[in-house]
Design a protein. Structure first.
Length: 132
C-alpha cells in the first residue's frame, strides 16, 4: 500500500501533497437469533453444524488527496458490509471479540484493495493535479 501512495503523492523526492484516510462509520452488530435458537434446542443443532452466533459489520471510510496548499485533488468514499457465522466446526475464533476483530480487519482489507485499484486507475489525473 505504501508503494502506491509514494507513486502518487511523492514525485522526485519532494512532497507534492498529502493523503488522508478517515473512518466515517464502523459498526458490528451481533445477531442474537442464533443464541436463542441454540439455547432453546440445547445446542444440539449446533453439534450438527448450525452456527451459534453471527455478526454483520459495516465499515466506511473517506480518502482525500490534497496538494501542499491544502486544495482537494481527489476524494472518494468506500463502504463494505460483511456477515460472518460462528459455529463449532468452522470460523474458529478464540472468543467473540476475536471474531469481531477479524471481521473488522477483513472489511478494512477489502476497502484498501478497492482504494489501491482506484489510486492506480486515477494516478495520472492525481499526479497532473498535484504537479500543476
Amino acid at each position: 500500500f505504501t508503494r502506491e501512495l509514494k507513486n502518487i503523492v511523492e514525485t522526485s523526492g519532494e512532497s507534492k501533497g498529502k493523503i488522508g484516510l478517515n473512518i466515517t462509520f464502523s459498526e458490528v452488530n451481533r445477531n442474537t437469533k442464533w443464541d436463542v435458537v441454540s439455547g432453546l434446542t440445547l445446542m444440539i443443532p449446533n453439534l450438527l453444524g448450525m452456527p451459534y452466533t453471527s455478526g454483520t459489520g459495516v465499515l466506511e471510510f473517506d480518502v482525500q488527496v490534497k496538494d501542499n496548499k491544502n486544495n482537494l485533488v481527489w476524494e472518494k468514499t468506500y463502504t463494505a458490509k460483511k456477515t460472518i457465522w460462528v459455529g463449532f466446526y468452522y470460523n474458529q475464533y478464540a472468543s467473540e471479540r476475536d471474531a469481531v476483530v477479524t471481521l473488522e480487519m477483513e472489511l478494512f482489507n477489502q476497502l484498501v484493495e478497492e482504494l489501491k485499484g482506484d489510486l492506480q486507475t486515477d494516478a495520472t489525473t492525481i499526479n497532473q493535479k498535484l504537479n500543476s
